[in-house]
Design a protein around this ligand. Structure first.
Ligand code: HEC
Length: 172
C-alpha cells in the first residue's frame, strides 16, 4: 500500500468524523429506545398506576384521597370544627363557609398545600396548632369529598410539601 502523507491525514480525519457520527447515532438510538420503553410501560395497564404516582397528580380531580381518610376527617370535623363552620360547612358568623361559591372563590387555583397549611397553622381558631399532620390530611380529604371531588385508592399525603403540585380547580 502506497499512501502519500496528505492522503493519510485525510483518511484519519474521515475516520474521526465517522466516529463522532457513529456516537451521535448511538445517542439518538439510545434516547429513542428509552422513549419507546417508557411508552410501552405506560401503555401496559398494570404499570400505569405506579408510573403515575411518582409524577404526582396535578389537581383535586385526580382522586387524591380515600373515602376512609375522608371519613376520619369527618369525625374530627364534627368534634372540632363544626361548632364554628357548621355541620354543612356553610359557615357561622365570621367563620367562613368551606363549601360552595365562597370556598371556590377563595381556593380555586391554589395548591392544596395552602389549604393544608391554613388548617394546620390556624385551626381550630380557638386552639391552633393542636392537630396532628395526619388529622389535617384527613380534614382536607373530608373538605374535598364534601365539595364533590372524587375519592381514589391512595391516601392524601399528610405533608404540605407533597401537596404543592395538587391544584384546587373547579369542575373542568
Ligand atoms: C372557634 C371557631 C372556629 C373553629 C373551632 C374552627 N374554625 Fe376555621 N375559621 C374560623 C374563623 C373565624 C375563620 C376566619 C378567620 C381566621 O382565619 O381566623 C376560619 C377560617 C378557616 C379556614 C379558611 C377559610 C377561608 O376560606 O379563608 C379554614 C380552611 C378553616 N377555618 C378550617 C377549619 C377546620 C378544618 C377546623 C377544625 C379543625 C376549624 N376551621 C375550626 C373559626 C373557627
Amino acid at each position: 500500500m502506497n499512501v502519500k502523507p496528505g492522503q493519510l491525514a485525510r483518511r484519519y480525519r474521515g475516520d474521526a468524523r465517522s466516529a463522532t457520527c457513529r456516537r451521535r447515532v448511538i445517542g439518538v438510538t439510545g434516547a429513542l429506545t428509552a422513549l419507546l420503553t417508557v411508552m410501552q410501560v405506560a401503555a401496559t395497564p398494570g404499570a400505569a398506576a405506579p408510573l403515575r404516582r411518582p409524577l404526582g397528580p396535578g389537581s383535586v380531580w385526580d382522586s387524591v384521597f380515600t373515602l376512609a381518610q375522608a371519613g376520619r376527617g369527618e369525625s374530627t370535623f364534627r368534634a372540632t370544627c363544626a361548632s364554628c363552620h357548621g355541620d354543612s360547612l356553610a359557615g357561622i358568623n365570621d367563620a367562613p363557609p368551606l363549601t360552595g361559591p365562597v370556598f371556590h372563590k377563595t381556593w380555586d387555583g391554589n395548591a392544596l398545600s395552602s389549604l393544608f397549611n391554613r388548617i394546620s397553622n390556624d385551626m381550630p381558631s380557638d386552639n391552633p396548632g393542636t392537630l396532628t399532620n395526619p388529622q389535617v390530611g384527613e380534614l382536607v380529604a373530608f373538605v374535598l369529598k364534601y365539595n364533590g371531588y372524587p375519592a381514589g385508592k391512595v391516601e392524601l399525603p399528610s405533608a404540605a410539601e407533597s401537596l404543592m403540585q395538587i391544584k384546587i380547580l373547579p369542575k373542568p
